[in-house]
Design a protein around this ligand. Structure first.
Ligand code: F6P
Ligand code: MG
Length: 454
């Protein structure tokens, strides 16, 4: 049940796998150790201090394993719901493999699992998030784009009076296309690539105005936006469908996801939105329940933006209050299945997490956000760029009960599929003209799979 193309591995020097395994991951781990040391220096209680020092020691062991390219050992039973999934996969496929010769996707996820283990076996620091400071900080430095959106969308979505049904539908279609792009490009600001970005750099990445979106649409190399609209507009007939978001990053990206989900609910296209996050810190900036709560509560009660005007702050509070209300009413539901922090790709989702597969198969449309989710959908392998999305995601498209799936992803790593019949030529041309095009986040794909009835 595997694709015919080889998965990327750390020793593939031509791929981003190599740079990630050799340089990026040790840098990220080094920053995590710095963050924990900062927390340690703020402690006074001896028991807490001693417990945290042990966590730092375990992170040091991980650093030694990573930089010495050690063999991947089983995960210690720390009581997490995913331990069995991890150790089964290691025993079955990766006995004797090390960080560099195991598939990149697996080895990278394994590193984040080991980082979590450094804390999860402790008494007092199980839930400590080494990336939390960074996640909060980047959102508070995103003021311009945050208020641009809140000022526009705090008022409930309303279509101009006096339009014909066809004109109303057209207005809604345009809004859908615009907000799908807002949601898509929200993915370009993940923290694992942009560790030290300036406020100006963040601003450029996040500009959300209409003209800007028209210009960026040409960077969507595989573009099913129109088909996506055709799918979503049908949902109103059912008096609103259930739409799921398999989330990616916290802070600004999550905020964009919520603006989009808010529109889907208000326009009656969706009656319920289910958000799927991670159970613990993952790939630096991914959303945990704490990040979710932090965003909504900071919007309503926080003081993150000292330079903002009263009107701006009020618009943010109104949005936040409405979103919290959706949660209370069950229109928005936050979930965290253990499978999202496992090492498996989604080619194995139906067999390794059948309960989750069944749950997703009841959704009318599942959005997968971001680069990592895209790598997991496509097995992170060297498929040609002309490969149709539905072939590239294997069982997630072909299994009975497979839901409709949309992948909204800015391209930050090697695997690129769904570019159409001349996709291989497009990729070749970009390889020549713009060597870093697969990791810059400048390009994107919006790809749809129609699913298969159960
Ligand atoms: O490190 C691998 C990777 O997939 C990168 O390509 C990307 O920088 C990062 O992880 C996470 O990206 P995203 O948050 O969009 O999933
Ligand atoms: Mg991420």
């Amino acid at each position: 049940n595997n694709p015919p193309w080889p998965a990327y591995r750390g020793y593939h020097e031509y791929s981003f796998a190599h740079a990630t395994m050799q340089a990026r991951l040790p840098t990220i781990l080094g920053k995590a150790i710095e963050d924990t040391t900062r927390t340690l220096n703020e402690q006074s209680d001896e028991e807490l201090v001693v417990d945290l020092v042990a966590c730092i020691d375990r992170m040091g062991e991980l650093m030694t394993d990573l930089s010495g390219n050690a063999k991947l050992r089983p995960i210690v039973d720390d009581g997490e719901a995913d331990v069995a999934l991890w150790n089964k996969e290691i025993a079955k496929y990766f006995q004797g493999k090390d960080f560099m010769n195991a598939p990149w996707l697996f080895a990278e996820a394994y590193k984040y699992r080991r980082l979590h283990e450094a804390f999860s076996v402790s008494k007092h620091w199980r839930d400590y998030d080494v990336f939390y400071r960074q996640k909060c900080d980047t959102f508070s430095r995103s003021a311009d784009a945050v208020f641009e959106l809140s000022m526009r969308f705090a008022d409930p979505f309303k279509i101009e009076e006096g339009l014909s049904p066809a004109e109303r539908l057209e207005a809604e279609r345009l809004m859908f296309l615009e907000l799908t792009q807002v949601c898509l490009w929200g993915n370009s600001t993940d923290l694992s690539l942009l560790i030290n970005m300036t406020e100006e750099q963040i601003k450029n990445l996040q500009s959300t105005g209409g003209d800007h979106l028209a210009a960026t649409e040409k960077n969507i190399l595989g573009n099913h936006l129109n088909r996506l609209w055709e799918t979503v507009k049908e949902l109103r007939e059912k008096t609103g469908g259930r739409i799921d978001f398999v989330l990616d990053n916290a802070g600004f990206e999550l905020y964009c996801d919520c603006v989009y989900a808010d529109f889907l609910v208000q326009s009656g296209l969706a009656s319920q939105v289910r958000f799927h996050g991670k159970r613990y810190p993952w790939f630096v900036s991914d959303v945990t329940k704490k990040d979710w709560d932090w965003l909504l509560n900071s919007m309503v009660y926080g003081q993150l933006f000292p330079k903002a005007s009263d009107t701006e702050l009020e618009s943010l509070r109104r949005l936040g209050r409405r979103w919290k209300q959706y949660e209370k009413e069950g229109k928005w539901v936050y979930e965290q299945h253990p499978f999202w922090c496992a090492g498996y790709t989604y080619w194995d989702l139906h067999s390794e997490a059948p309960d989750l597969f069944l749950h997703l198969s009841r959704s009318d449309l599942v959005y997968f956000k971001g680069d990592l989710n895209h790598r997991k959908l496509t097995y992170d392998c060297a498929a040609p760029a002309s490969t149709p999305f539905e072939i590239a995601i294997g069982p997630m498209a072909s299994s009975a009960g497979a839901p409709k799936i949309a992948s909204l992803r800015t391209i930050k790593s090697d695997v690129v599929v769904g570019l159409g019949d001349d996709g291989d030529q497009i990729a070749e041309m970009l390889d020549k003209k713009e060597p870093g095009w697969k990791i810059s986040g400048k390009y994107a794909v919006v790809l749809l799979s129609e699913g298969r009835p159960g």
